[in-house]
Design a protein around this ligand. Sequence first.
Ligand code: HEM
Length: 395
Amino acid sequence: MSQFKHIWLLSLMSFIIAGLTGFLYRYGMLYPLPEWLHFANIRHAHSHLMFFNWACPPIMAFMAAQIVDQSEISKIRSFKACLYTMLFFGFLSYPFFLLYGYHSVQIGSASLPIAAIISGLVMITWYWFAWLYIRERSLNRKSPSGVLFEAALLALIISSLGAWGVSVFQFTSIDSPLTGSAMTHFFLAVFTEGWIVLGFLGIMWSISDVDSHSIKTGWLWIPILFGSMLIFPFSLIQTLVSPIMLYTAKIGIILIIISMTIHLLLFIKSKVFSGFLWKTVIILIALKILFQVAAILPFGIWPGEHGLRVLYLHLLLLGIFSVIIAEVFLPDTGKIAKLLFIIANLSVIATLVMISGHWPPSFAPLNLYVWVMAASILPVLLSIRLYYLSIRVNC
Ligand code: HEM
């Protein structure tokens, strides 16, 4: 993947900046921040940079590297042009989200929602990538990873429809906060459970040694793709969700659980996933499945509850996804740094468990939020180390 080294470096830089922004959020919970910085905007800046520049270009670079040969210079150039543009708009959106969030900015006589406009441009680069990938993909078509990557792209495009829906909805006269919120959460659910999950599963399949001949590949992606489109009601305020919405969301979660369990059982057999790093990833995937099982059992757990949502998202995005990405872009180097990166990420997740609202306060350490803040800087420090190592090696 050395042809995409600079894409990787820019993505890792985005992780560092977005991670620092997450730390700033935690810092601000304990110490005063300048008046012009608002928590909601810091969160927007963090989550959008992570989504735009960390959760997209590395998966896409990996996908592209699977279907184009090192010698196909012009094809590599087309993919790079697309990914650099994507990263550029991702970086450009950051200061606007940080300073203004989704609010309009006065430019001359016009008042424009700049961050939303730049987000639209980022989504156009997703379509650009999808077009390039579909044009070049035939080589990889039949393997499970190729099928998963195509399904992931489909999820990415479907998720973007939810995001466009939010923008269009703002200009209509319909006064329904539920509809706006449903579209936002539709985007979030299909982006995370669809694009990111199918994307990292595709990466895992492409490096695994699981014999795929007897496997019906439909089970690996169809339930996840459809499930991701059904689960968004779980992110809404519980009292606003009608019984029929709840019923469909539960069907969606069951579909995801079935498919994820099949992946897990197959990965457990793979010799490739035997070291500490991959074992940790496998355990975290099992925890992800358990979390979703708990959401449909009568334990009174509502996944959309703030603390639980933040915990679940970071288990998936920081604990599983980010570790896989660091491993595949730095396969032969930085063993200790990667190990410490996992431990740092697990520390963040452990502190999120303690502030999830479901942890007995008597088991929490004194000055809990100081620990939460301290843990949040650790992945940043380790990713700086990974950045330094990446500059030195051919990844
Ligand atoms: C570097 C380590 C990370 C730190 C320190 C961190 C920190 C934070 C903090 C402080 C929040 C706000 C929590 C709140 O509202 O109570 C947050 C939210 C969020 N983070 Fe992270 N994060 C990290 C990694 C990631 C990664 C890797 C991703 C995605 C690829 C991500 C995606 C998100 C999203 C989507 C939210 C918004 C959650 C919501 O309100 O629905 N974070 N993060």
